[in-house]
Design a protein around this ligand. Structure first.
Ligand code: MG
Length: 283
């Protein structure tokens, strides 16, 4: 199923998309995705899908989790092709990490599908995009084995890990350069695991003004989703609603010679096959 957060007639609601994807069934009595995740095990989703539906053209989609309760957990250098690309920029020969690189990204408010990426052009000269597969945790995870890790996933979505490269480099840590307001588009929806098998090699792509930039498959992740959930949950609780962004493949603006930074007016689409397109315009 595809689950959306949206505004309709001034109210924020969550709902289930129709199979055709042209309308949404509101979930009664639940106004945000975190509450829906908590209610999901006992929710009669089939009954919701027999109820009324609102045409999608009449609603405004929001990010599925507009206000994450905690910082998004991100992976750095987690695609083999991006490790080579990034190493060529930084001059590191063997750039494949021996252990997963974790960092976090503050998200005051996630940018909606179709919403604006804030270029912060007064302070950022090297704005970049990163198409990523994001995992949303469904059941609390603590000391979870790799074999059981996917049982703790609520669903999957697309995240654009927008980055200001100079800020990222100046502070020797990714946090600040990736956490500016308007730097985290998420969406367009969460797809539940019955419709998206993360063990299959889904294509992941990005486009800037329609021009292909990134094009890879998620089997090229260096550390896969079960590994990451199992490892993070060793000694650290992952709560329902936690977002883990799995890292980006080659083809980011930084990797071109000369680099190809985003500018106001550019349109960026991040796509994961089987999930959907997340399109935003730089402001
Ligand atoms: Mg990233």
């Amino acid at each position: 199923m595809k689950l959306v957060t949206y505004q309709f007639q001034g109210e924020t609601a969550v709902g289930i998309l129709t199979p055709a994807g042209d309308a949404v069934h509101p979930v009664p009595g639940v106004s945000d995705m975190t509450a829906l995740i908590a209610r999901w095990p006992e929710l009669d989703a089939a009954a919701v899908c027999r109820g009324d539906a609102v045409p999608l053209r009449e609603v405004r989609l929001l990010a599925p989790i507009p206000h994450p309760a905690q910082d998004v957990i991100c992976l750095g250098i987690n695609f083999y092709d991006h490790a080579a690309e990034s190493g060529s920029v930084t001059g590191k020969q063997d750039n494949v990490p021996k252990a997963a690189i974790y960092f976090s990204k503050r998200v005051d408010e996630a940018v909606a599908p179709g919403g604006a990426i804030d270029s912060h052009s007064d302070m950022v000269r090297d704005l970049d995009y990163e198409a990523e597969l994001a995992v949303v945790i469904g059941k609390p995870a603590y000391h979870v084995r790799e074999a059981d890790a996917l049982d703790h996933v609520f669903g999957y979505t697309v995240l654009n890990d927008v980055s200001a490269r100079t800020i990222q480099a100046a502070h020797q840590q990714w946090y600040r350069g990736k956490s500016l307001d308007g730097f985290t588009p998420i969406g367009p929806w969460i797809v539940t695991p019955d419709e998206f098998d993360v063990t299959r090699p889904a294509r992941i792509q990005s486009f800037v003004n329609g021009e292909p930039r990134q094009d890879s498959t998620i089997d090229l992740l260096i550390f896969d989703v079960p590994h990451v959930i199992a490892e993070l949950s060793r000694g650290m609780t992952l709560r329902p609603g936690t977002i883990i962004s799995m890292g980006t493949p080659a083809g980011v603006g930084m990797g071109f010679d000369p680099p190809r930074w985003l500018r106001p007016g550019d349109t960026v689409t991040c796509r994961v096959e089987g999930i959907g397109d997340l399109t935003n315009t730089v402001r």
